[in-house]
Design a protein around this ligand. Sequence first.
Ligand SMILES: C[S@@+](CC[C@H](N)C(=O)[O-])C[C@H]1O[C@@H](n2cnc3c(N)ncnc32)[C@H](O)[C@@H]1O
Length: 218
Amino acid sequence: MLDVGCGSGPSTAAAATAVHPGGMVTGIDIAAPMIAAARQRIRDRDIEWIVGDAESYPLPEGHYDAIISQMGLMFFTNNAKAFANLARASRAGGRLVGVVWPTRDKISTFRFLFNSVRQTLDRLHIAYQEPPLDFGPFSLGDDRYVEQLLGESGWTDIQIEEVERPMTMAAWETSKDQQSAVDWLQMGPANAYSRTTTGCACRGRQQLDPDHKATRYR
Ligand SMILES: C[S@@+](CC[C@H](N)C(=O)[O-])C[C@H]1O[C@@H](n2cnc3c(N)ncnc32)[C@H](O)[C@@H]1O
């Protein structure tokens, strides 16, 4: 089994447990620190780790029974090339199963963040260009695009299922949770917001973090 964009390896470890004994799992990630963290974290399972770009890495041909990915398929520079490379690495009849974001307008958390950013920038008369709905991590959010992309990259019997899960932000009780909430707000649009409207962002952060230290978040 191959885990694409495995990060620090949560799904790779679960896969290794699932195929034990007898199966073999490989995790590939473009970021060396992620693979280093995975190696450090998961020592009790026999996993092959690769630092490499899954878009072009010379994976063994016709090798994998299953290719999985937990939020790791949406970052390729050239999607067609990447999914063709994965199709080449899959054995005939092998499966590719991945979970990706839909377009950001379908996720209430991101809708909320984008609306907040939009309203604030408008109020401050700061000009901005809104990114397309499938920009960045939402690049595989359109079902018809994904169906066509996979079909043209050598995959067949394509099924797309919408799954809804609650996404919770940490509670406020401990400083660790506050840091987690601050980190969360630094993702994506909120990060852009904090870079363009520093004063407002700092006020927001002070509300989140009573021990606010401005330099900590630069
Ligand atoms: C959102 S993280 C998901 C990590 C992991 N699957 C998890 O569930 O925690 C996306 C991962 O994809 C990796 N990635 C991005 N582009 C990649 C590429 N072209 N080839 C391999 N890995 C890639 C990133 O380095 C990152 O670790």
